[in-house]
Ligand binder design. Structure first.
Ligand code: ZN
Length: 356
């Protein structure tokens, strides 16, 4: 059995967006969770197996494919996004805090006004279906606060049944909100998420992607304009993956090291759903009943919940960060502003047109 050497890109220093120009050395061998490979040397791998801590059932997906123009997005000084608006759209209350919470907190700290939009009612995650709805409604508000969002919205479609909903209705509601809020940037689940078992993710992600384009159109839902709304021009998208079985295309790695505690607090706030919430205090109390303690969990429930999330559930993003020389990272398929084609054609015409 031979271990493959994978080709990647290196990490350059500096602030802001950093092109990754050179080849990265092979990942260190035998790190946590690295799976063996019998891939023959004559076969070029097309996906990288993510390392897993084994502590979190909902972390980085199994595989990423990295593009050759991958960018590492680092902290940007000042408030470069002042005046811009982002919408973080999630099917469920734990999607954004788990997979993009650090990046949302970072972008908001760098000047964005942020809004959290949840599509489902999360009824399937709670003591009963009814309690699930209420708990996750509260959680969504608290997650928004923990990440720095100005407001949270919920659409309340039934959990795990979104493929029975009219996608066109979800899309229309998003278009309305994008126009009302004048959204510039979307953070959402990748609509081309391979091997995802959750039907809500596909529907929510597809609706969000199409809404970005249609929110800028003059002919879609013209009554919005009669009512005084303006088109929304969404020029940037951060699409995150979904674990655990996923395989995603990644062209942007965001350094979330300065925002890992925001991400932790966002997940602690998510009590009704996901692996975080009050898991720390439950473990602390269970050990206490057995006459034992973990010093890691401290001496009170609040500390236990924070420490549990930070030291168990964030390790997969630490392992991802290590690959790029970062303490913690999140990965995205990023789609940025498109060139102004009409201006470019006009410029060409002005430079090259001759007299008749
Ligand atoms: Zn979800």
């Amino acid at each position: 059995m031979r271990r493959r050497k994978f080709l990647g890109r290196s990490i350059a220093g500096g602030v802001g967006l950093t092109a990754a120009p050179a080849l990265m050395p092979s990942p260190p061998p035998q790190v946590a969770g690295r799976r063996p490979s019998d891939l023959p040397a004559s076969v070029t791998p097309v996906a990288y197996a993510n390392r897993s801590s084994g502590y979190n059932p909902f972390a980085t997906p199994d595989y990423y494919t990295y593009t050759d123009d991958l960018i590492i997005e680092r902290n940007r000084p000042g408030k470069p996004h002042r005046g811009k608006v982002l919408a973080a759209v999630q099917a469920h209350s734990d999607d954004i805090p788990l997979f993009a919470g650090g990046t949302v907190a970072k972008l908001i700290d760098e000047g964005y006004t942020g809004y959290l939009i949840r599509i489902s009612n999360d009824e399937a995650a709670g003591r009963t279906l009814g309690y699930g709805v209420v708990q996750n409604e509260t959680d969504c508000q608290e997650v928004a606060k923990a990440l720095g969002c100005k407001k949270a919205f919920s659409f309340y479609y039934r959990n795990h049944r979104m493929d029975d909903c009219a996608e066109i209705e979800i899309r229309a509601r998003l278009i309305f909100l994008f126009r009302v809020l004048q959204v510039d940037t979307l953070v959402a689940m990748d609509p081309y998420n391979h091997y995802d078992e959750n039907p809500d993710h596909f529907v929510a992600a597809r609706a969000a992607e199409a809404a970005c384009w249609m929110a800028g159109g003059g002919k879609d839902y013209p009554e919005h304009y009669k009512a005084g709304l303006q088109p929304a021009r969404l020029r940037e998208k951060y699409y995150h993956s979904r674990s655990p079985q996923g395989h995603n295309l990644v062209n942007r790695v965001v350094d979330i090291s300065s925002y890992i505690d925001h991400k932790v607090r966002g997940n602690v706030a998510n009590k009704g759903k996901g692996p975080a919430g009050e898991a720390g205090q439950r473990l602390r109390r269970e050990l206490a009943r057995q006459g034992r303690k973990l010093s890691l969990l401290g001496d009170n429930d609040e500390t236990a919940n924070f420490q549990y999330v930070k030291h168990f559930l964030m390790d997969d993003w630490k392992l991802l960060g290590e690959r790029f020389g970062l303490p913690y990272a999140e990965a995205f398929r990023y789609i940025g502003p498109q060139p102004n084609y009409q201006d470019n054609v006009r410029k060409y015409a002005d430079q090259h047109a001759v007299r008749l």
